[in-house]
Design a binder for this molecule. Sequence first.
Ligand code: GRF
Length: 212
Amino acid sequence: MLVMKNLGILLSGRGSNFVAIADNIDAGRIPGGRIAIVISNRSDAPGIETARQRGLQALVIPSKGKERQTHDREVVAALKENKVDLICLAGYMRLLSPWFVRQFPQRILNIHPSLLPAFPGLEAQQQAFAYGVKVSGCTVHLVDEELDHGAIIVQKTVPVLDTDDEHTLAERILEREHIAYTEAIKIVLDGEFEIVGRRLVKAQRSEVRLQK
Ligand code: GRF
């Protein structure tokens, strides 16, 4: 029997990565995954309206004027109430407090529009373009207590063309993001991985180990 896992999506804006994940779930491409709740820290996030239109549970927990940990406690309470197993940050423009990260060890994913560790932080596509790299891309990683830093699950590369500007580059990276996030979610839901140092690698099954 397929054990269903509850996904919690956190977003602050457009929500195209959320939509890609939701579409892939609807198309049966993330077996065992369902979106239990979508949370935004901004009431004007287009992504939260999309979540409502799709009939998903959508919650706005405003962050403005609140201490980080106070807001984080409200978000974590909502995630736990909805029995969320895996959290996907999808354009969530808030740094999680170390306390939040510790509530869900190895159960929080983020997507970043560069090949980490290059160009962490804001406007990564513009940073890469301005630097003059010939290849950029996107990274889905586990969230730890440092910004854009945890173990890498999936990366996709995108060539930077002479004809690109920062917008066309960002658009092509976004197309790859929509594929990468689903791949990463499947890897984590399968659970067949281990973290060795910083490296996320396929878990060695015990019978395989015994044969060595
Ligand atoms: C994406 O580029 C993602 O990599 C970054 O924020 C952006 C969110 O876009 N973390 P969207 O809201 O998913 O369309």
